[in-house]
Design a protein around this ligand. Structure first.
Ligand SMILES: [Zn+2]
Length: 344
């Protein structure tokens, strides 16, 4: 059976994020779909493509023009703000993710946290806002442009060091909350700038991940703060947290965020049951095994499992590995279309 597509990709994504009806489930990765192959196609390699608006836009656009996803995401890393805040960077080469050098933390106490006056003009934040402006001009209302602003928990990892910050959460919860509330202003500032540049939605990664902290931690330190973010930032927010997160999905569903980008270590049906009507889900297709090692048939099976469970937006679980083969990515929208056609 055939089915009729009646929506633009942008409409499809925004409807799904708002819990409104769609002609088919959108394919939209809130994090990166950049690969080495796509860098070659667009002539926009890492690390330059993370530091220049024109190259970021060009590489980001391939998610739509080459892969046929319904969204474009031109912020590939998790370190753009941290670079602009003064962290020491390791920019790496084309086939490797840039990282923050954890050996030299820039903050020791909450009072050390300062947003530099030129934060939004720094090349590594400008590469994102500039790319969104270019993409908005080029694609207008056709495709959803998803920005990204790191949450305070992730920024604290980068500024204090992961171990130091996690120790702080145990030793001094008050001090920890002080840190998070100061850093949330960075998240709002950068998200607002991307919305002003034309972003339709904002991915909000805050790495209180399943392997490092508990659901109770999420409730204590982040639930209220994420609720505030959903109120203050004028765009649908997509929270991203890796790992096993079933123990916090009930809390996440109450934040008012539009969607939660969830990891393959959570069963799609169990996740849907955990969040109920509170929030939409996106993600779950396994990266290191399925997309990176296996083939289109295995990818299709995972897409179908998500669709069968009622997951509203279909996507990989996180930023995909840079060496992922295109055929596995192309299988995602194909599988969604076939699943929909079979049911119409
Ligand atoms: Zn992740």
């Amino acid at each position: 059976m055939a089915y009729q597509e009646t929506m633009t990709p942008r409409e499809r994504v925004l409807n799904a994020l708002a819990g409104r009806p769609v002609d088919r489930a959108p394919v939209a990765n809130p994090t990166s779909v950049a690969t080495v192959e796509l860098m070659d196609l667009a002539d926009a390699p890492f690390p330059e493509a993370c530091r220049d608006p024109e190259l970021s836009a060009r590489l980001g656009a391939t998610g739509y023009t080459e892969l046929g996803f319904d969204s474009i995401q031109p912020y590939f890393t998790i370190i753009q703000e941290s670079s602009a805040l003064g962290c020491e960077m390791q920019w790496e080469q084309k086939d490797n993710w840039p990282t923050v050098r954890m050996t030299s933390p820039i903050w020791k106490t909450p009072d050390d946290i300062r947003i530099p006056p030129g934060f939004l003009e720094h090349r590594d934040t400008k590469s994102v806002t500039g790319a969104i402006e270019i993409l908005k001009r080029e694609f207008g209302d056709e495709v959803a442009i998803i920005g990204k602003s790191m949450g305070p928990w992730t920024l604290a990892y980068h500024g204090f060091g992961v171990e130091t910050f996690l120790l702080m959460t145990i030793d001094d919860p008050e001090l920890t909350l002080d840190v998070l509330h100061r850093l949330k202003e960075v998240s709002v500032l950068f998200a607002d700038a991307q919305v002003a540049a034309g972003a339709d939605a904002i991915c909000f990664p805050d790495h209180a991940t399943g392997d490092l902290v508990s659901g109770e931690y999420y409730r204590r330190f982040l639930q209220e703060l994420h609720t505030e973010m959903a109120e203050r930032i004028d765009a649908p927010l997509i929270l991203h947290i890796c790992g096993r997160t079933l123990d916090r999905m009930g809390y996440i569903a109450q934040t008012g965020m539009a969607a939660f980008h969830f990891d393959s270590r959570n069963d799609p049906q169990e996740a849907m049951d955990a969040v109920g009507d509170g929030i939409r889900l996106v993600g779950n297709i396994n990266n290191p095994e399925t997309l990176y090692v296996r083939g289109p048939e295995e990818v299709r099976a995972e897409v179908n499992a998500c669709l069968d469970a009622g997951v509203q937006l279909i996507a990989p679980e996180c930023a995909i590995p840079l060496q992922t083969r295109l055929q596995n990515l192309l299988a995602i929208p194909e599988a969604v279309k076939d699943w929909t056609a079979e049911r119409s």
